[in-house]
Ligand binder design. Structure first.
Ligand code: F6R
Length: 268
């Protein structure tokens, strides 16, 4: 696990976009796993810039989103379909046939989960997975639980997640209570993972993900077992790490203050 602390949210977006564009440059037909929420917005903005300014070619890229609410149609402004088209897909030359999000309106959600998982496997798995992190440690919508759910599945959202996401809705009562999410194994099978965190409200979750024991009650902790994870955190989200990291933990985690040191890694 390599942890990079960047000075602000804008820088987080720049660095994350560089990693994604580096991935596409090295492998034009990359399979990308994508996240929604407030954290990756600056990354998407910078990716669109890179496309417009430097002609980054998305035409062979395939995307799979982590999750989607159950019961929101694609044109609902709070659906993750809407978010992705609004912030990335309609601005770049992605082939619409290569874009995948779970269908939260599927009549049979279990069948939809199986089909989504199969589509990922049929493409050969995800090359680069972008993740945000919930305050409760969720990745995708894998909520704290007694066991790690392996594959794409239907999730009952925890009350704290519903409350955290209520900021995007007019009222908390409008937040869907269920979602379809890639599973932990789906995520862990990605060849590379980039975990992004922004804001002091994520500081504890980041610390727990990086330093505390691996348990399904703290889903992001599983990433400690992945062989190629880059964690990019903005200063505010890094406060617990800075304050609490023991020397022993620092030795275990490659810990950088500037992402620039990892440029060589991206191109390899
Ligand atoms: C979104 C997702 C979630 C979010 C997490 C953080 O596709 O899978 O895990 O990444 O809830 O959300 P924000 O970035 O809004 O704080």
């Amino acid at each position: 696990m390599r942890v990079f602390i960047v000075k602000n949210y804008e820088e987080l977006g720049v660095q994350a976009a560089q990693i994604v564009s580096g991935q596409i440059y090295v492998k034009p037909n990359s399979i990308l796993g994508l996240a929604t929420g407030s954290t990756p917005l600056s990354m998407y903005r910078h990716l669109v810039n890179i496309y417009q300014e430097y002609g980054l070619d998305f035409s062979e890229v395939t995307t799979f989103n982590l999750d989607e609410y159950v019961g929101l149609p694609e044109d609902d402004k709070n659906s993750y379909h809407y978010y992705m088209y609004n912030h990335l897909f309609r601005h770049v030359n992605l082939d619409r046939m290569k874009i995948h999000l779970p269908d939260g309106m599927a009549v049979n959600i279990d069948e939809e989960c199986l089909a989504y998982e199969k589509a990922i496997q049929d493409c050969g798995g995800i090359d680069l997975q972008v993740l945000g992190i919930g305050q409760n440690g969720h990745i995708g919508f894998n909520e704290p639980d007694e066991k790690f759910e392996a594959y794409t599945h239907e999730v009952k959202l925890k009350q704290d997640t519903i409350e955290a996401n209520a900021r995007f809705f007019d009222d908390v009562s409008e937040v869907p209570t269920r979602a379809v999410s890639m599973g932990i194994k789906t995520i862990m099978q990605a060849k590379k993972v980039v975990l992004l965190a922004n804001g002091s409200n994520k500081a504890e979750a980041v610390y727990r993900a990086v330093c505390e024991s691996i348990t399904p009650t703290n889903p992001a902790s599983i990433l400690q077992l992945h062989q190629d994870v880059i964690v990019i955190i903005e200063e505010g989200a890094a406060t617990y790490l800075r304050d609490r990291l023991t020397l022993q933990q620092k030795e275990r985690i490659l810990f950088f203050n500037k992402i620039h040191e990892c440029n060589g890694i991206i191109a390899s």
